[in-house]
Design a binder for this molecule. Structure first.
Ligand code: SF4
Length: 411
């Protein structure tokens, strides 16, 4: 088999240091009681909490770590035994299972013995109802307040009445957050947190846009790892500094023609959740097939262009109501079609994630409709974000090879 010589992204070193700093700072704050901790769903009201000085912890990020280090399957059955169905979100079941066993990947990675105890739990159902059920479990366990925004989903367009209702729910959280934080709300701090988060979004989008180049300097699999700071530290300055470094390196790669996939021949879209425990093997498979999986809905989900510090509640509500996962298929198809055309893609890979119907988009005819509309083929990869019992390596390799052969015949 041909050996693939990939040029590693140098900024990965700074990335590791930044993620360590994030977790160690939180651990220190819990031990010294110097700062309060808010747990937040991944596209929940992070910037509002930040303006009160909370440190933000994301159970989904913790669950993705369980997926990436392939320990999720040790924990999913533990949650199942506590009445959480094997059919539901495997982020939720692996995270709750790890909690029930009193284990965390933070111990091996950073020497942290326990996940940080929350002072308040925050969610937004813009992505799915599961985040509410997940946070509700911890609200019962830790006996702390749970606050959130209930957002309608499957929207054809982002309606102003929906945005207004979401903004009102955000404002309603303020007195409860003041009580937990022990300090008054400061709208200027909120504006500042939103401005910093907007800059993070813009930098992250610029990072993803380097994939416009031929050859492309970064794959979807790389981006899944490098998006960490945008997910867990948006609203703080550190990720923005990090993305300036990463962006400079990627621009240099573009100038020098350094390819993420040496000999890039095909350019693909990844639709749906990552398969965390298989990022490396999928990256190697498609590299071997000279195919760069480069654009995804998932990594673009942390671009919040609507934030406007001048109108913080409304604009934050609009940004969080507008995320891809919350819209209907018409919106989603236009979104994907635009990316396929803009980035010059040759095929779409749909990850059919067994436990996440919310972020699986091939089940209601979209793949066929987009094939007809765009004239490019698609491949469905059956799997799951964390539950590797749903993924067959052998079948994926065979299907991936056949898919690339099919594309080569078409070209
Ligand atoms: S979007 Fe899917 S993977 Fe994410 S929390 Fe909801 S159900 Fe789980």
């Amino acid at each position: 088999m041909e050996e693939i010589k990939r040029v590693e992204i140098k900024a990965a070193k700074q990335l590791r240091a930044l993620m360590a700093q994030y977790f160690l700072e939180m651990d220190e704050a819990v031990k010294t009681k110097s700062k309060k901790i808010a747990w937040c769903s991944s596209v929940g009201p992070a910037e509002l909490a930040q303006s009160f000085g909370f440190l933000l912890y994301y159970p989904e990020n913790h669950a993705a770590m369980l997926g990436a280090n392939r320990t999720a399957s040790d924990y999913i059955p533990v949650a199942n035994a506590h009445g959480y169905s094997p059919e539901i979100c495997s982020y939720l079941t692996s995270d709750i299972g790890a909690y029930l066993k009193g284990e965390t990947p933070l111990t091996k990675a950073y020497g942290i013995q326990k996940i940080p105890k929350p002072d308040v739990l925050l969610y937004n159902t813009n992505q799915c109802r599961e985040v509410y059920d997940w946070m509700s479990y911890y609200a019962r366990e830790f006996k702390v307040p749970i606050l959130g925004v209930n957002t309608p989903r499957t929207q054809r367009e982002v309606r102003e009445d929906v945005v207004k209702a979401a903004a009102a729910q955000l404002e309603e959280m303020v007195p409860a957050l003041e009580e937990v934080a022990g300090r008054p709300f400061d709208i200027d701090e909120f504006r500042q947190s939103l401005a910093i988060s907007l800059e993070c979004s813009q930098l992250w989008e610029a990072v993803l846009d380097t994939a416009l180049a031929r050859p492309c300097p970064i794959t979807f699999f790389d981006a899944c790892v490098h998006m960490g700071p945008a997910v867990v530290m948006r609203g703080r300055k550190e990720p923005n500094d990090y993305y300036r470094i990463l962006l400079a390196e990627l621009k240099e790669r573009v100038d020098q023609g350094i390819a993420a996939v040496p000999g890039e021949r095909h350019r693909f879209y990844w639709e749906g959740m990552p398969i965390w425990g298989k990022l490396r093997s999928l990256s190697e498979l498609f590299s071997r097939l000279k195919s760069c999986v480069m654009v995804s809905t998932y990594c673009n989900s942390w671009v919040f262009s609507d934030f406007d510090p001048k109108d913080p509640f409304q604009s934050m509500a609009r940004a969080y109501c507008s995320i891809f996962i919350g819209q209907d298929d018409t919106f989603k198809e236009d979104y994907i079609a635009d990316k396929v055309e803009r980035f010059g893609l040759d095929g779409i890979l749909y990850h059919d994630a067994k436990c996440c119907p919310n972020n699986t988009n091939n089940r209601y005819g979209m793949a066929n409709r987009l094939r007809e509309r765009l004239g490019i083929p698609y491949l469905v990869i059956n799997g799951d974000l964390n539950d590797l019992r749903c993924f067959s390596e052998e079948q994926t390799v065979t299907n991936g090879e056949a898919f690339v052969e099919q594309i080569e015949e078409l070209q």
